[in-house]
Write a protein that binds this ligand. Structure first.
Ligand SMILES: Nc1nc2c(ncn2[C@@H]2O[C@H](COP(=O)(O)OP(=O)(O)OP(=O)(O)O)[C@@H](O)[C@H]2O)c(=O)[nH]1
Ligand SMILES: [Mg+2]
Length: 420
């Protein structure tokens, strides 16, 4: 059995960040997601971090006392520490020291289910370790902690490799990843050829993206086995899922659910997950899901927007879905320009959301009349499945359809158009 982990959280509030308190609570949630109990918290206001120990040297004593008082066996910093800072802190405190980045990497490692997600997390972990090898090796000599906070034994094994071996391993993993990625790119190209618009759910972790995806799938596809995993925890989703949504008038689009973002998302992780997140950058429309019930939702929006920028997806038209409106006073569902207030859990506001989606992605539809000869019966079937048929009349020379179809189809079957 694993030794129970009791941690002291340490945060430095640089220049009075207004979301500092929230970010400390989030750190406790991240720790809880790794089965670590928070037994104490220490914060310090600073204008500049201390290069050797991150916190001011006077605070080291205080931290030492806290560790002793609460019998903690772990100290977690709210920011990414440099290799030498970890080294110095561990020497001064005689306690294992980790940072927010390791915590997030650990959660990702635990939750990664698909081969691709696992490879991506492995790469990110190795990249994080690389500059920290010396420090880690030293700290391993002193205690038996792994790289992450769990003792899976894998940490020690990884450390036996030297730097060159780790670099080789990263290259090998990246090669493996490339194969998986190119397979997905081919699928994406295929979808593009079919001209089905792609709508991507993005947002802060736990905002309700997967719940919204499930609500849409249920409403329009009625197949329960297409549901994705949704849960009240940080980073429930680590892989991308795509579902086809077909509206009653036969217009369809692809809806994509993907990994959520968080404040100070480790850079290596964003880089490693680039391939998963490429879907986002190539979407026709983004639905930015916001947890409207959290007072800090404005910060979540800006963190998400910054991450989207980093992914090269900040130019894509965006609808804001203010979710969990059931937990907030005020009327819903309602639309306000390109925003919609809804509740994915109660499935309220889906029609309003669809209305906004329609405005964005079905502009390339046109209404016309076609006369389709009887020997082209398959075309009538095609339009019944892929267009919005307003009326059908059987005439002497064929089937007359009044329909709303894609401009691409209108051009392709121009010869049958009798009125446009
Ligand atoms: N009250 C309420 N809870 C909701 C609503 N939508 C989602 N939730 C809850 O919020 C939690 C997180 O939902 P998910 O759909 O897993 O969130 P996510 O954005 O996919 O999260 P990650 O995959 O971790 O990024 C779950 O417990 C949901 O039941 C809502 O409209 N109202
Ligand atoms: Mg999710």
């Amino acid at each position: 059995m694993e030794r129970s982990q009791k941690a002291i959280l340490v945060g430095v509030n640089l220049n009075n960040q207004h979301d500092f308190q929230y970010s400390m609570e989030e750190l406790a949630n991240l720790a809880a997601a790794c089965n670590v109990d928070t037994v104490g918290v220490m914060t310090q206001k600073l204008h500049r971090v201390n290069t050797s120990h991150y916190i001011g040297t006077g605070k080291i004593q205080e931290l030492s006392a806290l560790i002793e008082q609460h019998e903690a066996n772990l100290v977690i910093f709210n920011d990414e520490l440099s290799p030498s800072q970890i080294r110095n802190l561990e020497a001064a405190l005689e306690c294992k020291v980790i940072d927010r980045t390791i915590l997030i990497l650990d959660i990702f490692a635990e939750r990664a289910k698909t081969k691709e997600a696992q490879l991506q997390v492995d790469v990110a972990q190795l990249q994080y370790m690389l500059p920290r090898l010396i420090g880690l090796r030293k700290s391993l000599g002193r205690q038996s902690g792994g790289v992450g906070i769990r003792n899976r034994g894998s940490g020690e094994k990884k450390l036996e490799l030297d730097r060159r071996k780790i670099e080789e391993r990263i290259t090998a993993l990246n090669k493996e990843l490339e194969i998986l990625v190119s397979r997905r790119q081919i699928q994406r190209k295929q979808r593009k050829k079919n001209e089905v618009p792609v709508v991507c759910l993005v947002g802060y972790t736990n905002a309700g993206k997967s719940t919204l995806m499930n609500a849409m799938v249920e409403k329009f596809n009625q197949s329960i086995n297409k549901r994705v995993f949704e849960k009240d925890m940080l980073f429930a989703t680590l892989e991308t899922s795509v579902r086809n949504i077909k509206l009653p008038d036969n217009k369809s689009f692809l809806l994509t659910d993907t990994v959520g973002f968080i404040n100070k998302l480790p850079h290596h992780l964003i880089k490693a997950f680039r391939s998963t997140l490429e879907e986002v950058a190539e979407a026709d429309l983004l639905i930015h899901v916001v947890d409207y019930s959290i007072p800090e939702y404005h910060q979540h929006i800006s963190v998400t927007n910054e991450t989207l920028k980093e992914l090269g997806a900040d130019h894509i038209p965006t609808i804001y879905a203010y979710n969990k409106a059931d937990l907030v006073d005020g009327e819903f569902p309602k639309i306000q320009s390109d925003s919609v207030y809804l509740s994915a859990k109660q499935k309220m506001g889906m029609d309003e959301l669809i209305h906004l989606i329609r405005n964005h992605i079905f502009q390339d539809f046109t209404q016309c009349e076609m006369l389709i000869p009887f020997d082209q019966g398959q075309l009538v079937t095609y339009f019944n499945e892929n267009a919005h048929i307003l009326s059908t009349d059987y005439e002497d020379r064929g089937t007359k359809l009044t329909l709303e179809c894609k401009i691409a189809d209108f051009e392709k079957y121009q010869q049958y158009v009798i009125q446009s």
